[in-house]
Design a binder for this molecule. Structure first.
Ligand code: PEP
Ligand code: MG
Length: 756
């Protein structure tokens, strides 16, 4: 911590500037005069020949609002279009622009009325608030010179303050304030990627709430210092209280200890107090120090240090919320919430009140991410693929999420709302028509019977067994239970859950997959290891055999819950056949344990192996000898086949599994399973895509397990296709070098009368 204190920037210079800015804003003069004084003090402080402020109008033009150094007659006359000239570029890109010879820049736009002819160097920074450019601050010099990093830093700090002031209404006349407000709050349409289907209308809620609006300058420094101190004391007390909780497991304790260290750090406190002393409000002071901290964070390479810096960032956010009087923790949701998060794990999602979440917007997620799998299970549409764009919304804003098209509407107008209501109604109509077909046999036109099972993550899903007419539960992901809450559920709690699932299945088969922890599924209490590639790391059955203490209670719970009934157990992430022996040995010990106590056992215990590593796919025969059934985990198998991270924004959608190579790979697996005489189920999310499902039928897969929402559409399609013809078509493509088949395949099916 002492190193950080030493490298903290001196506040002397900037403190003077802030003081002069505050005086300019507080002056009892006209709004234009206030703005002009502000421009003058900035110009003086940074020693530039010109300082100008451009403000964005509702038309998206940028108007010169004030200047020191340019021809004042140009104020409120000179305008640049969005993206026009260097000013337009800064506003559009939301990035600073520096050039030592502006007229030579390809985007330079000459405005004779400003009298800028003799100027050469140019430094422009955007005024950003809520993810939007509200204008541009420009510094110019006659000589052709380079601006230093320090000058750029100061300009950015001033730019941030100007945006805050503009939005707070402290600066402009009411008309301009209204116009700035209109820019900030106008409807926005964003296009991301639809990850889980459905349409939702609701109100924005943030997983990590953005900073509440607040004043920038304080008039009473002593009172403001007292507010800051009180906020800090509250923060410290809240962390002490968390640490006093005796039931904390080691991992969480460690994190909180670091938090405490930061919360009591004198260096942090002093830097914020110094900022308040220069007449900023407590909130702005916290943000200023946070900005400095983030700038430093961007340069730190060491992962441990970066993590700690993130802790400090998180702590600053908590402090901001304490100062604003809002609850320190996220988690409170409005009734119809559209939850917005930069990133969200499955456990975090499950910790929310599910009944309130109507839609999700996540920065990064793909269809096979576990957060998407949980979202699908909950029937919540999810759209992903945004970076800063999601900052355009404010808590409570009306939002529409379309999980099919990937569209997000922020503050939509009434027409848009009406058309989405219509779309939602049509969807429920379609769902009802699928439900009406749930009893129909799942047989292709040429008589091939297909079995459709359902994936379950949480007991709530079991209700869909009836409405979809699924033949049973083909994959119960037990680990999702393990991710909720602060502790690992004990054997008794697990037993109750598994019994509930079996009861609800009413005699239909249920496949329990043993906890597939690790990868992107880690819980707070697990001793997390830093692995560069967690998806290929210590997860699934690897963890099972290394940590019998964690898994034997699960086996015991499964045996007890299925007493007197059939039990199907599936092992995830099998790589070598011998791992089945090791996992089986654990189970045998538990069976023995129950026998010795004369407990009733299941009537039959059937074991399965997931085929989700290429190594396992290559050795099906060896694996099949040791189990009763096989299950292709298409999500992981495709991830490893294409060597493309299933969670990464950059690889999402890059490789379509409906491709000759991958399909021929599955064909080989299905053929080997058939030869070994063991049933094979396909359980990746790809089965939720009906086209892919049809192609898989073409390569010999006849059992599928997918999310509830996919079953109705898939049944309808299956009943309308000819498996033999599909098989012939797909297999011909194996040889003829057409890798991407989706469009052609869909056209072929449609021509043949498929219900697509
Ligand atoms: C899979 O990998 O396809 C699978 C079903 O398991 P999970 O998605 O839980 O990793
Ligand atoms: Mg998997």
């Amino acid at each position: 911590m002492s190193a950080r204190r030493k490298s903290a920037p001196k506040r002397g210079g900037i403190a003077d500037l802030l003081k002069s800015m505050q005086e300019a804003v507080a002056a009892a003069v006209s709004a234009q005069e206030r703005l002009d004084r502000l421009t003058t003090v900035i110009a003086k402080h940074v020693e530039s020949d010109v300082c100008s402020i451009y403000i964005r109008l509702p038309s998206d033009e940028l108007e010169l609002y004030s200047t020191e150094g340019l021809n004042r007659a140009a104020v409120h006359k000179t305008r640049l279009n969005w993206g026009e000239g260097l000013v337009g570029v800064v506003a559009e890109t939301q990035r600073p622009l520096i050039t030592s010879d502006a007229p030579l820049h390809p985007k330079f736009a000459y405005r004779p009325e400003t009298g800028e002819d003799p100027l050469h160097s140019f430094l422009g920074v955007p005024l950003i608030r809520s993810g939007k450019s509200l204008g541009v601050l420009v510094l110019q010099n006659r000589e052709s010179r380079r601006y230093t990093d320090e000058e750029l830093g100061a300009a950015q700090a001033v730019g941030t303050l100007l945006a805050e002031i503009a939005a707070s209404g402290e600066l402009f006349d009411p008309r301009t304030t209204e116009e700035v407000g209109a820019v900030l709050h106008r409807p926005e349409r964003l296009l991301g990627a639809g990850v889980t289907p459905g349409v939702a209308l609701g109100r924005a809620a943030f997983h990590e709430p953005p900073t509440p609006k607040h004043k920038v300058f304080a008039s009473d420094v002593a009172a403001e210092t007292a507010r800051l101190d009180a906020g800090l004391a509250k923060l410290q007390a809240s962390i002490d209280a968390l640490l006093a909780d005796a039931s904390l497991v080691d991992a969480s304790r460690e994190v909180l200890e670091t938090y405490r260290l930061f919360a009591y750090d004198r260096g942090w406190k002093e830097r914020m107090r110094a900022a308040v002393a220069s007449r900023l409000t407590a909130e702005t002071a916290v943000e200023q120090v946070q900005t400095e901290n983030r700038a430093r964070m961007a340069q730190v390479k060491d992962p441990y240090l970066r993590e700690r810096m993130h802790d400090l960032d998180d702590l600053s956010n908590r402090l901001l919320r304490l100062l604003s009087g809002e609850p320190a923790a996220a988690g409170e949701l409005p009734d119809e919430a559209i939850l917005i998060a930069r990133s969200l794990g499955p456990a975090e999602l499950l910790e929310y009140d599910r009944a309130r979440i109507k839609g999700l917007i996540v920065g990064e997620a793909s269809a096979t991410s576990h957060v998407a799998i949980v979202a699908r299970a909950l029937g919540v549409p999810l759209v992903a693929g945004f970076d800063n764009a999601i900052m355009l919304a404010e808590p409570g804003d009306e939002i529409i999420v379309d999980g099919e098209t990937g569209e997000v509407h922020i503050r939509p107008n009434q027409d848009v709302i009406a058309s989405y209501r219509e779309k939602r109604a049509l969807q429920s109509e379609r769902q009802a028509s699928y439900a009406a077909e749930r009893e129909l046999p799942v047989v292709t036109r040429d008589g091939v019977t297909i079995e459709l099972l359902m994936n379950v993550g949480i007991p709530l899903d079991m209700a869909h067994l009836e409405s979809t007419g699924a033949a049973g539960v083909g994959l119960f992901r037990t680990e999702l239970q393990f991710l909720i809450g602060a502790q690992l559920p004990n054997a008794r709690v697990q037993e109750r859950l598994y019994r509930e699932i079996l009861d609800k299945a009413g005699g239909r088969p249920v496949v329990f997959r043993t906890a597939d922890l690790g990868g992107d599924k880690s819980a707070a209490y697990m001793q997390r290891r830093d692995e560069a590639n967690p998806a290929m790391g210590w997860r699934g059955v690897r963890m099972t055999v290394d940590r019998p203490g964690l898994f034997r209670p699960q086996m015991r719970a499964l045996l007890a819950a299925a007493a007197g009934r059939e039990l199907n157990i599936l092992f995830p992430m099998i790589t070598l056949a011998e791992e089945i022996d090791a996992a089986r040995a654990l189970l045998d010990r538990e069976i023995e344990f129950s026998r010795r106590r004369a407990r009733q056992l299941p009537t039959a215990i059937r074991l399965g192996a997931m085929i989700e590593t290429p190594a396992a796919a290559w050795r099906i025969a060896e694996i099949a000898e040791r189990v009763d059934f096989l299950s292709v985990g298409g999500n992981d198998l495709a991830q490893f086949y294409f060597a493309a991270d299933r969670d990464s924004e950059m690889t999402r959608g890059r490789y379509d599994p409906l491709e000759a190579g991958f399909l021929s790979f599955i064909a080989a697996i299905a053929e080997k399973a058939r030869k070994a005489g063991k049933p094979l189920t396909f359980c990746g999310e790809q089965a939720s895509d009906v086209l892919m499902g049809a192609a898989l039928i073409g390569v010999g897969v006849t059992r599928f397990t997918s999310s509830a929402s996919a079953i109705g559409p898939f049944r309808r399609l299956i009943r309308s296709i000819d498996a033999g013809a599909v098989s012939k078509w797909v297999k011909e493509r194996f040889e003829d070098g057409t890798p991407r088949l989706r469009r052609e395949f869909a056209e072929m099916l449609k021509r043949a009368g498929a219900a697509l």
